[in-house]
Design a protein around this ligand. Structure first.
Ligand SMILES: [Fe+2]
Ligand SMILES: [Fe+2]
Length: 196
């Protein structure tokens, strides 16, 4: 499994001041974590799935807090673009909450995971095409850097690499803790971008 291990956020040389580079890297990390979950078995699958859920939770929260509001305000036709993305995110969250209660060894798990993966990837492509390109065109370097601060604050809430001894593979994956993680992430993003 080691060769599939998704790098820790911050391991690569993506510029910390470019919000689009950070978000694209998270899309890549999410894709790789889906690969990890699919390839792993038993406890390793449970643990990889947990990291995936946490990264998805903080990623979507960061987008809701910094990307979508910016696009709504600054991009022509942005209202509709954002409404479409939010609808996709809602449907992905519903699938996620259904999966959350499920044992990753459940025979039905993989079919649900693949459905979630298809939703998440379609959503990520739409964001890249309809939002991220406009972000780069509509924000100056200082604006992109401020948004990047918010995304980095979110990322810090969900390391993509396991921390041995800190959290067990059996740690609670119920929706409650994920919702709490989203709340904490929202607070961290708002603090980082001076909106608390
Ligand atoms: Fe999103
Ligand atoms: Fe995204």
């Amino acid at each position: 499994m080691t060769e599939l291990q998704t790098p820790q956020a911050g391991d690569d040389a993506a510029p910390d001041t470019d919000v689009v580079a950070l978000l694209m890297r998270q899309h890549g990390d999410i894709r790789n974590l889906f690969d990890e979950v699919e390839a792993a078995e038993g406890d390793a699958r449970q643990e990889a799935f947990r990291r995936l859920v946490r990264l998805l939770a903080v990623h979507e929260t960061a987008e809701e807090e910094v990307v979508h509001p910016f696009v709504r305000r600054n991009v022509t036709g942005g209202e509709q673009v954002v409404d479409d993305r939010l609808a996709e995110e809602r449907s992905a969250k519903e699938t996620l909450s259904a999966l959350d209660d499920m044992d990753t060894n459940d025979p039905k798990f993989m079919a649900h995971l693949l459905a979630l993966r298809a939703d998440v990837q379609e959503h990520a492509r739409a964001e890249e095409r309809y939002e991220f390109t406009h972000l780069r065109r509509s924000a100056d370097a200082a604006g992109l850097a401020l948004l990047a601060k918010g995304v980095k604050a979110a990322e810090a809430m969900a390391p993509t690499r396991p921390h041995p001894g800190v959290e067990s593979a059996a740690a609670n994956m119920a929706l409650g803790p994920v919702a709490a993680l989203m709340d904490r992430t929202r607070d961290a993003v708002r603090r980082a971008t001076g909106r608390d």
